[in-house]
Design a protein around this ligand. Structure first.
Ligand code: ARG
Length: 467
């Protein structure tokens, strides 16, 4: 039965129930609703609304329900209840009669849903953090497995300068680290308790909101009841975390799809994360990566959808806000799936190091070196750039690499060029000259990799002690 029947003489239409009921999707917050209800029962005890015995009985009944939820033993499907809050209350009332009907004293579904959803978001942000840590782990292992491999680095998808493959891995490491810190920030801001704010104006019962917040693991209570029940910034921030994280995964996927293409031929993906074609027997398609890229659309869409839903809402709660959940649930699920499949992709990835080395040597990716060489001979960089361009043009005409031009040819371009230029143009030298912080030199990348492995250990242990 609806929680609000008293003032109605007619019943809701089937169509209205279909549009209004959220139980078909908000049942996933059942555990949070029970946790919030236990904390509220303690608040009512402290406020003198419930006796010690009553609170104990309610708590035991809620704990029984919690165990069934954890064991996946609750059937939410044919209760006919409107939402998870009505479901839990109906359960209590069925089990405990009038005592069950006391729990909602001073509480509204408005502060209840805001509390449940904050708890749900916090739990899932922490799970996502663990997923990102796993991907970081796979990325650093992949870098370690290929620590000497060189690939072409691109700008405008044109071969630009060679880089270590490990340097590429460390670029995504930086993004993943920022994704973790973005989640930490999001958790910091959402970590306030709306419970005790009632429908919008607070409650007349003397519940101690500080201790309720503490019981629920929040840092503090929300400070304004109107804001507490109508704020969904935390959902938007979660969606932004998921969107930015997915965008990073998508860029990584795009790089790998290209490296895996027949044209590049830089790597093989394992059979575990690829599929074939129903028509063309030779095909091995990078589906996992394409889905990491493709799923961004719906996740970004959920962020956009909620921004639009929220933008015109007057204070305080409006039913529009019930639309906050399905997008967030889906975004979290898709992001989780992509982080997990990303691990499998990286674990099974095999770089064709001869091929990448060869590709890194093509495309005049060492033209900057020639310019830098000339700068070292005292020539202004702009002139050196121009001279190196002339050398590239000559090599293109001769259909050879820069280092295949003879010394005479190079000296015609500039007389200061000597025999030592060939050592400068050599691939490993090109890499090794970039040993400044953040560069792609072997030494600096080896050191960065070592530091990141240390960071990862710290992250892993701080995470397991925090959860
Ligand atoms: N199912 C509702 C939601 O998710 C719970 C809050 C209902 N509040 C109300 N005033 N009808 O938003």
């Amino acid at each position: 039965m609806a929680l609000w029947g008293g003032r109605f003489s007619g019943s809701a239409s089937q169509m209205f129930k279909q549009v209004n009921d959220s139980l078909p999707f908000d049942y996933v917050m059942a555990s949070e609703d029970v946790t919030g209800s236990i904390a509220w029962s303690k608040g009512l005890l402290r406020a003198g609304v419930l006796s010690e015995d009553e609170q104990q009985t309610l708590q035991q009944c809620l704990e029984t329900l919690q165990r069934s939820i954890e064991a996946d033993n609750v059937d939410f499907s044919d209760s006919g209840e409107e939402d998870i809050h009505s479901f839990v209350e109906a359960y209590l009332t069925q089990a405990l009669g009038d005592l069950g009907r006391k729990l909602h004293t001073g509480r509204s579904r408005n502060d209840q849903v805001a509390t449940d959803f904050r708890l749900w978001c916090k739990r899932h942000l922490n799970l996502l953090k663990q997923d990102i840590i796993n991907l970081l782990d796979a990325l650093l292992k992949c870098a370690n497995r290929h620590d000497k491999a060189i690939i072409p680095g691109y700008t405008h998808l044109q071969r630009a300068q060679p880089v270590l493959f490990a340097h590429w891995c460390l670029a995504y490491t930086e993004m993943l680290k920022r994704d973790i810190s973005r989640i930490d920030d999001c958790i910091k801001r959402l970590n306030q308790s709306p419970l005790g704010c009632g429908a919008l104006a607070g409650t007349t019962f003397e519940v101690d909101r500080e201790s309720i917040a503490q019981d629920l693991g929040f840092d503090s209570p929300c400070l304004n009841s109107l804001d507490a029940v109508s704020d969904r910034d935390f959902v938007l921030e979660l969606l932004f975390c998921a969107s930015t994280g997915m965008m990073h995964l998508s860029r990584m996927a795009e790089d790998l799809i290209f490296y895996n293409s027949g044209e590049a031929g830089f790597l093989q993906l394992s059979d575990a994360v690829t599929s074939g074609s129903s028509l063309m027997p030779q095909k091995k398609n990078p589906d996992a990566l394409e889905l990491m890229r493709g799923k961004c659309g719906r996740v970004f869409g959920h962020l956009q959808a909620l921004l639009v839903t929220m933008k015109g809402l007057p204070l305080a709660y409006n039913k529009d806000m019930q639309e906050d959940k399905e997008g967030a649930f889906d975004a979290v699920n898709q992001y989780h799936i992509c982080l997990c499949i990303g691990v499998e992709v990286l674990e099974g990835l095999n770089l064709n190091q001869e091929r990448t080395r060869q590709a890194a040597q093509q495309g005049y990716a060492n033209a900057t070196e020639l310019a830098d060489y000339l700068v070292n001979k005292g020539i202004p960089f702009r002139t050196a750039h121009d001279l190196s361009g002339q050398a590239v043009l000559e090599a293109i005409n001769e259909a050879c690499a820069l280092e295949e031009l003879s010394l005479t040819q190079l000296q015609e371009i500039h007389p200061s060029i000597e025999d030592d230029v060939y050592a400068w143009l050599e691939l490993d030298a090109v890499i090794n000259k970039r040993n400044q912080l953040g560069g792609t030199g072997y030494d600096v990348v080896t050191k960065a990799l070592y530091l990141e492995l240390e960071n990862l250990d710290k992250l892993k242990s701080s995470f397991s002690s925090a959860t």
